[in-house]
Design a protein around this ligand. Structure first.
Ligand SMILES: [Zn+2]
Length: 261
């Protein structure tokens, strides 16, 4: 770059904001810029930001997030996991100027029929990014975050994200809104083959009608909307080594899905 340019850029930058320790005022400001969240059911919005222009943590963020993410069936609130708040913010920052549209956050036990749903514990969020394909969002979430569950719903309009303590999980659920889950038995294989984008089930395959007992009901507690058996995205970004786990085990969560899914 030409030597004279930085001075001009600085002069045109945000002069009213005090520079941080690094002196990169503009960067500090944009790093902490708000992300717009919209709760699609309540139509409420939140300008989510975690820190002010000087990088100081803002108060009340968690509370406002909890309100926005409340159960849209029962209006009940629940403390959302702080790491989920940070991840949603980070995702929003990854798509500057685009709104994060929340389809479902907290789900009250009376509507979360899956007793293991992380939505019920404030650990999960179903969302999309306005103007961004869910395939792209899915891939970004899988590559960009560790110890998360990512659920892809090619026949619905959101991607599921939850926080986990151990390893990551990925699954595909081919159900349409309001339908019972139709999990892919081989989520990574379906990504690779392209089936994930083309398979449109018209009815539930008989093999998914197995009683929960057939799979045992000891599935890992974090498995909400989907299987917990999946590859760690960090180890398998391209879907090359397909896990041998029984991804179908999540069919054990046989209860009809809440209408949000
Ligand atoms: Zn979900």
């Amino acid at each position: 770059m030409a030597l004279g340019v930085p001075r001009l850029v600085q002069a045109a930058g945000a002069p009213s904001v005090k520079a941080g320790k690094t002196g990169k005022t503009g960067k500090t400001q944009s790093r902490n810029a708000p992300v717009e969240l919209l709760a699609v059911n309540s139509k409420e919005t939140l300008q989510l930001r975690l820190r002010d222009d000087q990088g100081r943590p803002l108060r009340g963020v968690q509370k406002r997030f909890d309100v926005l993410m409340r159960c849209h069936h029962t209006k009940k609130q629940h403390a959302m996991n702080p790491r989920l708040v940070r991840m949603i913010y980070q995702v929003g920052k990854h798509y500057p100027g685009r709104r994060v549209e929340i389809v479902s956050g907290y789900r009250h036990p009376s509507v979360a029929k899956n007793p293991h749903s992380p939505h019920m514990q404030g650990l999960a969020c179903d969302f999309r990014i306005a103007g961004v394909k869910n395939t792209e969002l899915r891939d970004y979430l899988r590559a960009g975050f560790q110890k998360v569950g990512v659920g892809y719903y090619p026949n619905s309009a959101f991607v599921h994200l939850d926080v986990r303590k151990d390893r990551s999980a990925f699954w595909i659920d081919y159900s349409r809104p309001g339908e019972r889950a139709i999990y892919s038995e081989n989520a990574l294989g379906d990504l690779k083959s392209g089936r994930a984008e083309t398979y449109k089930p018209t009815k539930i395959d008989s093999k998914w009608a197995l009683e929960p007992e057939e799979f045992g009901d000891d599935a890992k507690p974090a498995g909400d909307d989907g299987p917990t058996e999946a590859a760690d995205p960090g180890n398998d970004p391209g879907g090359g080594s397909v896990p041998s786990g029984r991804t179908a085990s999540a069919a054990a969560f046989g209860a009809p899905r809440p209408t949000a899914h």
